[in-house]
Design a binder for this molecule. Structure first.
Ligand SMILES: Cc1cc2nc3c(=O)[nH]c(=O)nc-3n(C[C@H](O)[C@H](O)[C@H](O)COP(=O)(O)OP(=O)(O)OC[C@H]3O[C@@H](n4cnc5c(N)ncnc54)[C@H](O)[C@@H]3O)c2cc1C
Length: 453
């Protein structure tokens, strides 16, 4: 059957959906609407661009409208087109051409909603002044780079991974950096307190001035400065970048599909919304968070590309099932890497899970090797069934795949006992006869066994 598909929004989830649906069914008539002038921008590279590791922002696109249109005969990527409304009952959208102001109706058989997220603007007045910038899109990145040229003192508002990445980028560029974080500890979504404190001290040693327990309330500016009124007094800087999180951009479907209280669209395991002809993916939707077994909001490119690809396949009746997520993520911090997956202990307790954690620091390979480094590891588990719930790794060594492996184990509902003995290779270049993850599992087993007696 020939189908008409409309895709609303074309960054990671939208691009993945379009590629998948056209690879499987190139005959499909597809209208893709994107209000920006570009598609597929990798915001994940913004900090690398700001610090100078990546020279050209333009290299952070991995698809063009022409590359998507080449995948089929009836594909139209409408850039600078804003979808103003979706009428789910009539299977119709209205889009405005932002260049001409002209509005037009488009019919669809199936719609894929990949409108993503907004940067959260905290309840502070004055955030739309020129020296206060957000950090999400290609335009944001260009503005931040440009504005930072004549800024010596830069305030970053928000101590999540984007705030920390930006603080690092600017401190590397010898700017005076103030990192303003509210009441939660730095990176509190990702790590428990001891690691959070360690990372805070690394930033401080690199010259970043940390203002924790400080809530920004109001911004003001003159020609050269921004004045940030906080509950702890005024902070003056030359530029402020606000990055305090994201929220789903889903207004177009309010009242037409089921949503969670935070506005994230609820989808089934096949990316289908409560309206069978509307699929959704990426930052616009809630994810199934395996460690808790509940819906959660985890705006990550990893989720967006997977879900987008599934939506693109499943609108044709494929049944590719979403496995859920552990929200696995990583961050490079100067010469260290931080990689995390699943729940922190604090997060587990907030979810009323009876959880415990162990922390271990060990060399990743034998001391007889010319060089070895330590890894700090945290493993969180459920004390009832000893199921692994989460892990945190911090080291100069590349520990990204340690987090990936624990992610798979969480997904498979493996226990600390299985981690203690799971088969791992041994070669002195890479590890010791007992791999550090086995040792971490064994420590947890010992703690859990001791707690029983
Ligand atoms: C600085 C930064 C660093 C990040 N680093 C990482 C990382 O290291 N790893 C990771 O996994 N994730 C990272 N992320 C998160 C990741 O970028 C997002 O999860 C991802 O962009 C979500 O993709 P999406 O396609 O769902 O939504 P979005 O990227 O939000 O894209 C949605 C698109 O829809 C368009 N749109 C919305 N409404 C309409 C409408 N009505 N009409 C037309 N078009 C519309 C928007 O213009 C936009 O282009 C980072 C994000 C930022 C900002």
């Amino acid at each position: 059957m020939l189908m008409k598909v409309v895709v609303v929004g074309c960054t990671h989830a939208g691009t993945a959906a379009v590629r998948e649906l056209l690879t499987r069914h190139p005959e499909t008539e597809v209208d893709v609407f994107e209000r920006r002038e570009d598609i597929s921008f990798l915001s994940c590279g913004i900090a690398l661009y700001l610090e100078g590791t990546v020279g050209r922002l333009e290299d952070m696109f991995y698809a063009t409208p022409a590359s998507l249109e080449a995948l089929g005969a009836k594909v139209h990527v409408h850039l600078k087109h804003d979808v103003l409304s979706i009428d789910a009952a009539d299977h119709r959208v209205v889009a405005e051409d932002l260049a001409t102001g002209q509005q037009q109706h488009y019919q669809y058989d199936k719609l894929i909603m990949t409108t993503g997220s907004y940067p959260v603007i905290p309840p502070i007045s004055g955030v739309s002044i020129p020296r206060v910038l957000m950090c999400k899109s290609y335009d944001d990145a260009r503005k931040i780079k440009e504005s930072a040229k004549d800024a010596d003192k830069i305030a970053i508002v928000g101590g999540g991974y984007i705030g920390v990445e930006l603080a690092e980028a600017y401190s590397r560029n010898h700017k005076q950096v103030i990192l303003i974080n509210g009441v939660s500890p730095l990176l509190s979504h990702y790590v428990d307190l001891p690691l959070s404190k360690e990372i805070a001290s690394v930033l401080t040693k690199r010259g970043v001035e940390l203002k924790t327990n400080t809530i920004a309330r109001h911004f003001d500016s003159d020609a050269k400065h921004v004045f940030i009124q906080t509950d702890q007094g005024e902070i003056q800087a030359d530029l402020a970048v606000v990055c305090v999180g994201f929220r789903p951009m889903t207004e177009l479907l309010v009242g037409q599909v089921e949503m969670n209280p935070d506005g994230a669209i609820h989808v089934n395991d096949y990316m289908q919304t409560s309206n069978p002809d509307i699929y959704a993916a990426g930052d616009a939707v809630a994810v199934h968070f395996n460690p808790t077994g509940k819906d959660a909001y985890a705006p990550l490119a990893t989720n967006a590309v997977r879900q987008g690809k599934m939506a693109g396949a499943n609108i044709f009746g494929q049944n590719i099932k979403y496995m859920g997520t552990q929200a696995t993520s990583a961050l490079k911090l100067y010469d260290h890497s931080l990689a995390v997956t699943g729940l922190t202990l604090a997060h587990a307790k907030r979810n009323h899970l009876p959880a415990a954690s162990v922390t271990m620091t060990d060399d990743f390979r034998p001391p007889f090797m010319p060089h070895t480094v330590k890894i700090t590891m945290v493993l969180v588990y459920d004390t009832r069934d000893r199921r692994i719930l989460g892990a945190q790794f911090y080291s100069e060594y590349d520990i990204a795949n340690a987090a990936n492996l624990i992610s798979v184990m969480i997904q498979n509902r493996n226990t600390i006992d299985q981690l203690a003995y799971v088969d791992m290779l041994f070669n002195p270049n890479y590890d010791k006869p007992w791999h550090y993850l086995n040792l971490l599992g064994q420590l947890a087993v010992m703690q859990a066994d001791n707690a029983k007696v």
